[in-house]
Write a new protein. Sequence first.
Length: 77
Amino acid sequence: MRLRSLLKCLGVGRSTVYDRINPNSPRYDASFPKPIRLSGAGGKGGAVGWLESAVYQWLAARVNEKASLIDRQRADQ
C-alpha cells in the first residue's frame, strides 16, 4: 500500500503517519506498521509502502482496544 492509499484508508494526514513511525515524536506508536522500502539503495530516498495486511491488523487492534475501553467504562458505572 503506497502512502496515498494509506492516508485515505486511515483518514489522516502525511505528517501524522510519519509522526507515528518516528520514535522521537510525542505521537510515536510502536505498534504502527513499519514502512517497507520499495526502491532505492540503503540510505534515504526511494519509494516506501506498507503491507495492507499489517495496516488492517493494526486497525482491527485499535478497534478492539476502543471496544474494551468502552466495556470497562460501562462496567464501572
